[in-house]
Every structure is written in C-alpha cells, then in structure tokens.
Write a protein of this length. Structure first.
Length: 589
C-alpha cells in the first residue's frame, strides 16, 4: 500500500466524517429547535424515549451526536437521567441505519438504474443536485435541503475513496497475515475499540470495514470472516462512547452520569455478546469463525443484530444502568458556577442555547435573591445576609462575562429564526439581570448606612416605603416567573406595575418634601430615602426591559403593535391592570 493509497484512505475518511458532520449541522439548521424539543418533551416514557433516540439518530446519522445532544440537555436540566437512558438505548439502534445506507455499495449489476444506486454514482448525484439547489434556488428551505444532499453525497464519496484505497491492501499478503494475529476475539475487540476511539464515530469505523469487505469482494477475496467481524464491531460499539465521555468533561453531575450510561450500556452489552459468541463458535457452530463475509450488507446485519440484541437485553435493566451511573458519580456539594455553559456544546447551536438558558435562569435567580435580600435588610439588618449579597454579586458578574461571551460565539454560527430570536433575547436581558443586582447592592449599602447611623423614618414614611417595597417584590416575581416560564400573559402585567411604581416614587418624594417643610422628617433622611427610591425605580425599569424581551422573543406576539399602544387609553389590558395595581398600592399612601 503506497503513499497515494494511504492519502486516499485518510482523505476518504476525512470526506466521510466531514459529510457526516455537515449533515448533522444541516439537519439541525433545518429542524431548528424541533429536535431539542422532541427530545425534551417526548422522552418521558420508556418506549417513546427509545423510539425517539432511534429516530433522531437515524436522522442525524450519528449516535455520538445524539448522545452529546442528550448530555447537553441533561446538563441544561431539560432531560432527567432516566429519560436520557431511554434515548441512549434508542440511539444505539439508530446508528446502524448508516451501515444499511452504505451497504448499497455491495450492489452489483450492469443495469444502469441499479448502478445509479452505487456510492460512486449516488454520491456525485447528490453533490451535483445539492450544489445546484444551494447556488441557484432562493428559498432558504430548499437551500437547506441542498446542503443536506451535498453532505449525504460526501458520505458516499468518502466511502468510495476508502474502498478504492483498500483495494491494494486487500491484495496484500502481509495484511492478511496481520489479520490472522487478530483472530483472537479479544484482540479483535480491542482493535475495534481502538479504531473507533481514534475516529470517534462507529458509523465511520463500520464504513471502513464495509469498504474493506467491498474491495476484497471485488477481487474475489474473502478477507474478513465472521470470527473477526463480530468482535471488531462489538469493540466499535464501545469505542463510540469516547465522544460523549469527552463532552461530559467539566459538565454537571447528571451530564457526566448520562455519558456513563452510554458507556455502561455499550460495555456490558458488547462484552456479554462477545462471550456468547465465543461460546457459540467454540462448542456449537465453529464453522462460523472462518465463514467469509463478501458484502457490506452482511456487515450491516451484524452491526444491527448486535445493537438490537443488546438493546432488548438492556431495556429491562435500564434502571440499573441509571443507578450504576449515579453510584459512579455521586452528587457533589453546591457548586456556585456549575451552571455556566460549556464551550464543547458550541458545535450544536440548539444545545448551546439550552446551556445559555440554564445559565441565565441561574443568573436570574441570583439577581432576584439579591434584590429580595436587600429589601429584607431594610427591615432587619444582618451582616451574614450582607455577605451573601456581596458573594452573589461576584457570581453574577462572572455569569455576565462568561454567558455574554458564550452567546456571542453562538451568534457567529448559522442560526434559524427561532434560535436567533432566543439568542437576541438572552443578549438583551443579561445586562438587565446584572444591573438589578447592582441596584440591590446599592440598596444593601443604604440599609447598612441606616443601621450604622441608626436612622429612623417617620411612621408615615415607613408605611410608604413598605408599600413601594411590596410593589417591587411583586414586580420582581412577575418578571422572573414570566422569563423562566416564557409566560407572555404574565409578562403583560409588568408594564402597568412599572407605571404604578413610578407613581409611588413620585408621590412618596412629594409627601416627604411636605414633611420636611413641617419638620416631621429630616433632610438627612431625605437623602437616604431618595437613594432607596431611585434604586427601586431603576430595578423596576430593568424588570420592564426583561419582560419586554420575553414578549419580543415570542414569535406570535405583535411586539411592535404592543409598544405603540401599551400605554394608550384604548389598551384595555393595560388600563385594567393599571387600575388594579393603583387600587392595591396607591390607596395606601
């Protein structure tokens, strides 16, 4: 095997892997966040989860891609570990579809229509048709279909190049002797595991084996027998777990566990089948060991049979796999920054947005807790609570920096319409959450000044301050609940409440000035009260910004129409809510 064939082999492998990667990306771009939603919404029941794992993997042509997606969804708390286990079982069956597609390389006929289905014809046809669609059609959907066809064509072209490169290898006596050294099934198993760990794709590894069989068959040589093929493929089942294991490094506890479920499933399944195969071929049907494999179709059958048998055997003990993963990776103590997004998930925009969503929910929770704690400081000052507020402020600054940079990288990829809306929403609200925490820190500083200087407000001022604080607490609750739950109905309540908080501030300051003039309150107290009211009003403004972004991101919401009429007298929803909040709070002053 000369340098040309070696370059052709690895070049073909590169084209094959690139085609698979591009097809995965093309499908995710075309489907938007539908795959993610399907995985998170339809995997609650065992059978549904397994079927979903099969379908998604059959579509994206990679169990590694599906498992990495699952790891990301688990890390984003969109899937439970038991749901992930079901999807992973299905994914291990779905990955065999690629081998069946590639098995058309074994077709042999002079009929022109049949020959068109051979990879060396089909790949170029797909590339040609797809390129024409990308270059000359204007429809985005049709261009995405073209991208899909080109990527599928590249897979076939890569397989053809590998098959051609294997031809001299199939003739080589030295290579035949080398294969004899792997006649021991355990060595063959380790060889398959090693190959797949290097390539990080069981589909590509099986594709190489199919290319070798195809090249040998064309020369009339039975190079690979069942005694070698079965352990090799079983080793590849385990080797494909390397991608998910790598993707879980640095991720949350449950994400690590879901990657381990994938590993345990394939490891237990493959070793059990390997032992059964050794027993069967040793004592019952030894002639199977030397039976040659002459078509890629037989490789596809072995690949599917070992996966399906393993899945059927593992379904009843899926709970055991989950428990084993939990025992292997026990729960760690609270990790302050465990929800920060991981850059390894940037390869999938959908999963990366899920990571960002989880991080922003955590950031929103920290900002809300800081604001509520700072208001509690005004009632009863606590140095312990003050330390917690400052600690959270540092965490929020870290989240703003990390999540902001992460979102910028997501936006550099080719996003669909829904993903673009969500990314834009996240980029807008991240600074609002940080500013809410900043104002909470300012309120905490005022509370500390009140405690240190023993400042006491008049009874009337205390009632007024309690009123605006209660309104602000409700504003914060409306804001964060509507953001986390994507509740546009609740978000509509923020604007009238923000209007009432503005009115409260104006009335309270006006009444305070009157009390200063009558000697009921001091100017010094007025400075502190003004700082408090200003920070509360600004928190309310930032809450309004967050709810506005929540409404903007909802595709069926008429955002521009809302902005132009929100405070008009004819806006019935705004007017009714404004009246309710005015009666609830303004009447107390």
């Amino acid at each position: 095997m000369g340098i040309t064939e070696i370059l052709m082999l690895f070049g073909g492998l590169a084209v094959f892997l690139y085609g698979m990667s591009e097809m995965n990306d093309a499908i995710q771009r075309a489907s938007g966040n539908k795959l993610e939603r399907a995985l998170s919404n339809m995997s609650s029941k065992k059978v549904k989860g397994i079927l979903l794992g099969f379908v998604v993997t059959a579509i994206v042509q990679s169990s590694s891609a599906t498992t990495v997606m699952v790891v990301g969804l688990v890390n984003s708390s969109m899937l439970t570990l038991s749901q992930a286990t079901n999807v992973i079982i299905g994914a291990n069956i779905g990955t065999t579809v690629t081998a069946w597609i590639l098995s058309v390389s074994g077709i042999s006929s002079k009929n022109i229509f049949i020959s068109l289905f051979k990879p060396d014809s089909l790949g170029f046809i797909f590339c040609l048709v797809g390129t024409v669609m990308i270059m000359f059609l204007k429809s985005r959907k049709k261009k995405q279909i073209g991208e899909l066809l080109v990527s599928l064509g590249l897979i076939f072209v890569g397989l053809m190049l590998m098959s051609d490169a294997m031809e001299p290898l199939a003739k080589s006596e030295a290579f035949k002797e080398l294969l004899l050294h792997f006649s021991n099934p355990f060595l063959a198993f380790l060889m398959g595991l090693f190959i797949c760990c290097v390539i990080q794709s069981s589909s590509a590894s099986v594709g190489i084996l199919q290319a070798l069989v195809n090249s040998a068959a064309a020369l009339g040589i039975g190079l690979v027998n069942f005694g070698l093929a079965v352990p090799l493929i079983l080793g590849m089942h385990v080797g494909t777990c390397i991608t998910a294991m790598l993707s879980s490094i640095g991720a949350g506890v449950n994400a690590k566990r879901s990657a381990l479920v994938h590993l345990y499933f394939n490891l237990i399944n493959s070793i059990a089948i390997l032992l059964l195969f050794i027993v069967a071929t040793t004592f019952f049907v030894p002639e199977w060991l030397d039976r040659p494999i002459n078509t890629p179709l037989e490789i596809a059958i072995i690949h599917t049979a070992t996966s399906v048998i393993g899945a059927l055997a593992m379904i009843p003990i899926s709970g055991f796999l989950t428990k084993l993963a939990i025992k292997t990776v026990p729960e760690k103590p609270n990790e302050d920054l465990k929800d920060l997004p991981d850059e390894k998930f940037l390869t999938s925009a959908v999963v990366a947005l899920g990571q960002s969503r989880k991080a922003l929910h955590k950031m929103a929770e920290l900002a809300r807790d800081n604001l509520l704690d700072s208001l509690d400081q005004l009632k009863e000052y606590s140095t312990t609570r003050a330390e917690e507020i400052e600690k959270r402020e540092g965490l929020i600054d870290t989240y703003e920096d990390k999540v902001g940079s992460y979102l910028v990288k997501i936006c550099e990829s080719n996003l669909g319409a829904s993903e673009s809306r969500e990314a834009a929403k996240f980029l807008h609200v991240i600074s609002d959450f940080e500013r809410i925490s900043d104002h909470a820190l300012n309120i905490q500083a005022s509370a500390e000044e009140i405690a240190d200087k023993k400042i006491a407000f008049s009874d009337k001022a205390a009632v007024e301050l309690d009123t605006i604080m209660e309104a602000l607490r409700e504003m914060v609750d409306v804001t964060f609940t509507s953001f986390v739950n994507e509740d546009t109905t609740l978000a509509l309540e923020a604007e009238p409440l923000e209007e009432v908080i503005d009115e409260l501030k104006a009335v309270i300051m006006s009444k305070h000035v009157e009390r200063i003039q009558t000697g009921e309150c001091s100017i010094q107290n007025g400075f502190v009260l003004n700082d408090l009211l200003t920070n509360m009003e600004r928190v309310s403004d930032h809450c309004s910004n967050v709810t506005t972004c929540t409404l903007r991101a909802y595709k069926d919401f008429d955002f521009h129409g809302y902005l132009s009429t929100v405070k008009d007298e004819g806006n019935q929803v705004f007017t009714e809510k404004l009246k309710i909040y005015e009666e609830k709070y303004m009447t107390r002053l």
